[in-house]
Structures are given as C-alpha cells and as structure tokens.
Design a protein around this ligand. Structure first.
Ligand code: GDP
Ligand code: MG
Length: 164
C-alpha cells in the first residue's frame, strides 16, 4: 500500500464522520493490547482518479485513565508508521483546546505532510473562526470543512491527492 491518508485528532472533532464520507469500502480491525481495546478503520477512497487508503484513528473503546495522552501517542505512532499524508482535525465549534496544542506539538516534528482541517465550519461565522487554528503553528493552511455536509472537502482533497 502506498497512498495512505490518516485522520488524526482528539475525540469528537468529527474524524469518523469524514472517514465515512471519504470511503467506499471499510474494514474494521480490532485488536486487544494491554487492556485497551482498539479499533482501526481502514477504508478505500478515490478523488479525481487517484485511489487511496484512509485510516480512521482514535477508535478507542475503553482504556486507562490517561486515555487522552495514550490516544495522542498511538495516533501519532500510527501516522508516522503508515501514513503518506496526515489530516489533523480540530473543531471550530469548540475552538482550540489544550489537547489540540499537545497534538500539534508532536505533529510538527513529523517529516510528512500534515494538513490542518477545521471541521464543523457549518456556517460563515464558524468558517471565520477557523483562522484561530493558525496559532497551532503548523505549516499547513487551515482547511475549513463541514464533514456533515461535505462542504470544503473538495478543496482539501485536491491538495491531499497531489501527494499520491
Ligand atoms: P470522532 O470522535 O473524531 O470520530 O468524531 P465523530 O465523527 O464521531 O463526530 C463527533 C460528533 O460531531 C458527532 O455527533 C457528529 O455528528 C458531529 N459532527 C461531525 N462532523 C460535523 C460537522 O461538520 N458539523 C457538525 N455540526 N457536527 C459534526
Ligand atoms: Mg471516531
């Protein structure tokens, strides 16, 4: 496999909603490791004739008290190992959180393309607010999207597939 897009970010930002929009076939892989049930979802998508695998990260079902830190570590490790391109998803409605900043600090070190995706930009006001995520200090432009409606996803994918 060569063209792999990983969707990362803290819980509830909309990773799975985007995943479901992007993929046509899916496969859940469950594994059990040191008391943590983890499910990774792999799917296959296509845009402008380019085919790619999408990974929905962060599918923890249960885990330790330190679940947030554990999620960051696992997601970044997987993205490092497997991804060609990484989407770092944040949430316009919630705005910037400490966990977003923690994620950004680690992703900034990666030698792979990372795109900042400000999800839930459901209306022009929220779209405007997405510019606050430039403060995360990643090289990427901030792509405002609504995974629920699909708006903005075309512009994002146009950029993503340049790496495939
Ligand atoms: P994940 O935990 O990052 O995988 O997030 P989910 O995809 O499960 O979404 C978390 C919640 O956000 C769900 O209630 C979704 O319906 C909602 N959601 C996802 N995308 C959007 C969006 O573009 N706009 C709005 N308003 N809600 C969304
Ligand atoms: Mg999810």
């Amino acid at each position: 496999m060569s063209n792999i897009l990983a969707i990362t970010g803290r819980p509830n930002v909309g990773k799975s909603t985007l995943f479901n929009r992007l993929v046509e076939f899916k496969k859940a892989i469950m594994d059990n490791e040191s008391g943590v049930t983890r499910d990774r979802h792999y799917g296959f998508g296509q845009w402008t004739g380019k085919y790619f695998t999408v990974i929905d990260t962060g599918g923890y079902v249960m885990g330790s008290d330190d679940i947030f830190e554990e999620q960051i570590r696992e997601q970044v490790k997987m993205a490092l190992d497997e991804a060609t391109v990484i989407l770092f998803m944040v949430d316009c409605k919630d705005g910037m959180t400490d966990m977003d900043k923690d994620f950004a600090n680690i992703l900034r070190e990666l030698k792979k393309p990372v795109y900042v995706v400000a999800n839930k930009a459901d209306n022009p006001d929220l779209e405007m607010q997405s510019s606050e995520f430039y403060a995360l200090g990643l090289e990427s432009e901030v792509f405002s999207i609504s995974s629920a409606s699909g708006s903005g996803t075309g512009e994002l994918l146009d950029q993503v597939v340049t790496h495939f």
